[in-house]
Design a protein. Structure first.
Length: 83
């Protein structure tokens, strides 16, 4: 939900089973802001997830802003090349 507080998504993530892989799909600028917050604890985007781009974040439960790790970030063209 684009206008939902970022903590809403964090709280939802905390209800998911540990060890699961969860896919979140969204739009800009909310998705990049969420990624930035989860990685740094700051409510701002420091990267832009372009159309068709993706990133992999790793975290331990409970999800804590600033304690999430970025494993990779790829743009759509890069993803097409690694099929």
């Amino acid at each position: 939900m684009p206008d939902a507080p970022l903590a809403f998504t964090r709280d939802w993530l905390d209800t998911q089973r540990a060890g699961w892989t969860i896919t979140l799909v969204g739009h800009e600028p909310h998705l990049s802001r969420l990624v930035g917050w989860l990685l740094s604890g700051q409510e701002h985007a420091f990267t832009e997830l372009t159309r068709g781009g993706a990133c992999l974040l790793e975290c331990d439960a409970p999800v804590s802003p600033g304690a999430v790790r970025l494993e990779w970030l790829l743009r759509a063209g890069q993803l097409r090349r690694v099929r």
